[in-house]
Each structure stands twice: as C-alpha cells, then as structure tokens.
Design a protein around this ligand. Structure first.
Ligand code: SER
Length: 368
C-alpha cells in the first residue's frame, strides 16, 4: 500500500526481538494479519475480494457461519465463531500479529428492533472486544493497529418529516439522536473508536499512546448486484431490484416518496479501502459520510420498471419500518470524504443501474 503504512506509537517500549512482519515471541512466530469480522456478510464478501485484489495474502476472517469456498480461498485463515467469544479473540491474539482490523460484524436495524439487547451485545460488546484486541495487539507488537469501522446513516435521527425536508443534506455532526437500537449502537461505537484512538486508559501510569488508529465511514443504504441484505431497513431498494430480475412481484414496505441516500457495493468497498489506505496526515476527522445518489423509493421503482418491464412493484408501507426510514436523512454531505481521501463514487444512479446492477443481476439469475 502506498500510504498509511504501519506507524509506531509514541514512546512505546519496543521488545528487542522485532523483525519485519514476523516477530519471535517466546520461541514461536506469529503471522502478520489483517482481521475481517462479519466476513460472510454483504460487505465482507466485497471487502475480502478487494483486499485480495490489492495483494493482501494475510487475511484472517471470522464469521458466525462457514464462509463460501470462493471467499475462503482468498483468506489465509478463517474462523467460524462469535466475535463476542473472548476465548476466540484470545486465540487470535496468541496466533497472529493483527496489524489492521475491518470490523464489519453487526446486527442490522430491522433485526435489532426484535432483540435490542442481543443487538447491543453484538454491536457494542463485539466492537469493544475488538477495540481492546487491537490495543493489546499494538502493545504486543509495537505498531499502531488500524481499526476500520463501518457506521451508518442510522446514526442520524431526524425528529420529523418537516425537519427532514428542511435539512435535506446533513453533515457528520448534525442530528445525532438515532431512533433505533442499531443507530444508537453505531453512534456509540463511533465514540468508542475515537476514545480508543485518543484517550484509551487515559490516567493509567503505564499508558501507551497511539495504539489504535480508528477510521470510520457512515454508509448510506448499500445495493449489491451479487447479494441481498438481511435484516436492514434500507433493504427495500435491493429487494425491489432483485425481485424484478427474478420475475417476482414486490411489495415495498415504505411510501413511494421516501428518500434516503444509497450507493453501490463496489463504491462502498472502494471507499472503505481508500480510507484505510489514506495518509493519516490527510484525515481531518474520525468519521466520514459517504453517499452517491438519493432517489425516492418511487424513482427506484420507475427505473426498475424501465429495465424489467414485467416488474410488479406495489407500495404497502409498514408503519414501523417506515418510521425508521423517515428518521434517516434524505441525503448526507460527504464533502469531507471527497476532500480528505479522494472518495469519488463510480456509479451515479444511472450508471448504477446500467453499468452495474442490471447486467450483473440478469446474469446472476440466468445462471440460476
Ligand atoms: N443498511 C442499514 C440498515 O438498513 C443501514 O445502514 O440497517
């Protein structure tokens, strides 16, 4: 990677045995690793391919379920397990020198509203466990561990539709009163990440600074041609498109005039990797908005109809899920991401459909 390589933290006592990517530890050697949690999810698939395409051969992946063989083949090691399992994280600590963490595992917004305490355990408990692992890793191998974390538009909370209409494009630090458990979890984890980066064990006599380099993107709704999400509330857009390609009718669970920001999965992956690679000196914030286009659900349905004329989309709003989407902004200001790490999405709404979604989704379902 050209930028953002390993950085030593200030004043950290170094062990005498350090030597490049492998370090002798009590007679054994630990392999250097980039750790990806939630590796089997929608973002995980793309991110692991992206890391592999960039030449990474030290990917260690964790997911609750066995990964697809194709994704597994891109990893140097995979673990089936729960990120809240302290024993599993302890084993990782013993086996690897983790240099970078992409912590993707989470329960999304709709699913979290059925089991909020479990969502908190996974989304917050899992994140603090991994932040602690990152800090311990940095103490043990002597280099700052980069921690890349996806947050979400769910971190926002627009109080009502009038406020949403009057504030169509929100900045990172506005309207941060999330309505959902998932949004509360994500917003709090943004703060946790900043704390671990800037103040971890602030008053401890043996405190070491710069253990964790926390970098965070707030994703808008994501649309992938390859997979359909599960348990999210922005899922109406990808569900509508995939249903049409499969020749199935679709009842959209929000009103046609509902508007939130979206981007394609390849643009989200590229942006995440760009942020991870960015020169730390270029970054002016810990948390960055990202977006590409903000169509209404009705405009998405119209595009779907143009590309799949047989598509049958109806609008049958679900009161609660509608309220969740209404609490998210219509658009976000991502000028900081554009200025600081060169974020430039390849797909506007037209290109998303014509160049990415429609051709790939057609071939996905034609292959059966
Ligand atoms: N896609 C997420 C969800 O719907 C929002 O970030 O939960």
């Amino acid at each position: 990677m050209a930028h953002g390589g390993p950085r030593r933290f200030n004043g950290a006592p170094m062990t005498s045995t350090e030597a490049g990517p492998h370090v002798a530890v009590q007679g054994s050697r630990r392999s250097s690793a980039v750790l990806v949690t939630g590796a089997g999810g929608e973002v995980g698939h793309g991110l692991i391919r992206g890391l592999h395409d960039r030449g990474r051969r030290d990917i260690v992946a964790i997911d609750l379920r066995e990964l697809d063989p194709e994704i597994r083949s891109l990893c140097s090691q995979t673990f089936v397990g729960d990120i809240c399992d302290a024993m599993l994280l302890g084993r990782l600590l013993a086996m690897y020198e983790v240099r970078e963490v992409f912590h993707l595992a989470a329960l999304l917004s709709t699913r979290s509203e059925f089991t909020p305490e479990t969502a908190h355990d996974v989304n917050v408990g899992g994140t603090i466990g991994l932040l602690r692992l990152a800090a311990e890793q940095a103490r043990s191998h002597g280099e700052t561990v980069k921690f890349v974390f996806p947050s979400s538009i769910a971190a926002y909370g627009m109080p009502d539709l009038g406020t949403k209409a009057a504030n169509p494009r929100v900045r990172e630090d506005e309207f941060l009163s999330p309505a959902t458990m998932y949004g509360c979890n994500k917003l709090y984890c943004e703060h946790l990440g900043r704390y671990y980066d800037e103040r971890y064990r602030w008053l401890a006599k043996d405190r070491m600074a710069d253990l964790v380099d926390f970098r965070c993107v707030r994703y808008p709704g994501l649309i992938s041609a390859d997979t359909v999400p599960s348990g999210g509330t922005s899922d109406y857009a990808p569900e509508m498109i995939h249903a049409a390609a499969k020749g199935e009718s679709y009842a959209c669970f929000v009103r046609a005039d509902t508007r939130i920001p979206f981007m394609t999965m390849p643009d989200a992956i590229e942006a995440t990797l760009q942020l991870a690679e960015a020169d730390p000196g270029a970054l002016t914030r810990k948390v960055y908005n990202l977006t590409s286009f903000s169509p209404s659900a009705g405009e998405i349905a119209e595009l779907v109809r143009q590309h799949f004329p047989a598509a049958e989309t109806t609008f049958e709003p679900d009161e609660q899920r509608q309220a969740i989407v209404d609490s998210w902004p219509a658009d976000v200001d991502d000028s900081a991401a554009r200025a600081d790490f060169g974020f430039t999405p390849q797909h506007d709404l037209r290109a998303a459909f014509e160049d990415y979604l429609v051709p790939r989704i057609r071939s996905l379902y034609q292959q059966g």
